[in-house]
Design a binder for this molecule. Sequence first.
Ligand code: CP
Ligand code: NVA
Length: 296
Amino acid sequence: MDLLRIADLEPGQLAEILARAASVKSAPQEVAGRLAGKHVGLFFMKPSTRTRVSTETATVDLGAYPVVLGQQEVGLGKREAVNDVARVLDRYLDVLALRVFDHADLVAVAEHADAPVINLLSDEEHPCQALADLQTIAESRPLAGSTLAYLGDGNNVCHSLMVGAAMSGMTVRVATPQGYEPQREYLETARAHGDVTVTDNPLDAVRGAHVVYTDVWASMGQEEEAEARARRFYPFQVNGPLFAMADPEAVFMHCLPAHRGDEVTDEVMDHARSRVYDQAENRMHSFKGLLVYLFE
Ligand code: CP
Ligand code: NVA
């Protein structure tokens, strides 16, 4: 099984992985050594802090050996064709986990490798982030019946979270500037599972929501657009007055890294109901839950 998109999972499989993630977090010793003898490839074509460290530590805790690779050494699609890299790595490794620019590269790797291929972020999705996010929300309140407001760019993090949340019975309200909405294909997938709306009015999304989520306005690789995007996205900043319009028990979430003062203010990042560091921690537990599930 591959995890390129969150919708590669059936809703029941997603719930199973989240259950594994929760039990791994409460009793990590029970899965220690579970993947002994396995080799997990972790390939990064872009910078990473959370994904790099959480996947490597999770792999070691499960008794497997992490092989961390960068684009400088592999030259995916440059030094060697993507298909050949996939075929070669498949001879050594039991899992291929990759962070890439172009989602099509992941699809090509998955076509040419028998080992499970895991998306560690592409231009289209960030499914491992969505696993950690859903685990984090479930620690505060039941997923089913809760409302998630996502503000900002309708791209990778939004796609995976929106679909995963809808698959988990959440109501999803996405607020983006016009022209930055989630791709139609992801909206259709999410709407096949639940109630998903898109608006250009941040207040309509946030009012009464149980979770308020945002991501950077300019993603890795879009640095040149940062200034122009900041002008369009400024009304979508999650600040104290906007967060106060959510449910009184609402939590704030961000995949990180955050640009404090842009998409979120210090007041909200450091709020008692901010869950951003729990999300970061849960990247490790949920990746363990995923690996344990894959090799059961
Ligand atoms: N949230 C996340 O994926 O962070 P990194 O880019 O630091 O891995
Ligand atoms: N949307 C961001 C997420 C980083 C974890 C990016 O792609 O850079």
